[in-house]
Design a protein. Structure first.
Length: 94
């Protein structure tokens, strides 16, 4: 199954389009969310310091531009996701 999916044309665009499908447009935000979900590469510096490959996102924009919809979409299926917005994030020091 993975081999079949891997050979699909426009796989990246299809994955981007599958992020929050109820939100129209916002392709750059969807790309960022997809890359965040896939994660980065864990690294170790020459000094032996471990660097996590986690990618964090901060979505900022005008009111009514679906920012919360992206957060709710990820929070709905990813157990490690932390949903915070507005005053809650300021109070928590995020």
């Amino acid at each position: 199954e993975i081999e079949r999916i891997k050979s699909m044309p426009n796989l990246y665009q299809k994955m981007v389009d599958s992020i929050a499908p109820n939100v129209f447009g916002h392709q750059w935000v969807k790309r960022g969310v997809l890359l965040m979900l896939l994660g980065g590469v864990h690294k170790r510096t020459p000094e032996g310091i471990k660097l996590r490959g986690d990618i964090n996102t901060c979505i900022v924009g005008d009111p009514s531009t679906a920012k919360s919809q992206f957060l709710k979409y990820v929070h709905g299926f990813l157990p490690r996701a932390v949903y915070t917005s507005g005053k809650a994030s300021s109070a928590a020091g995020l």
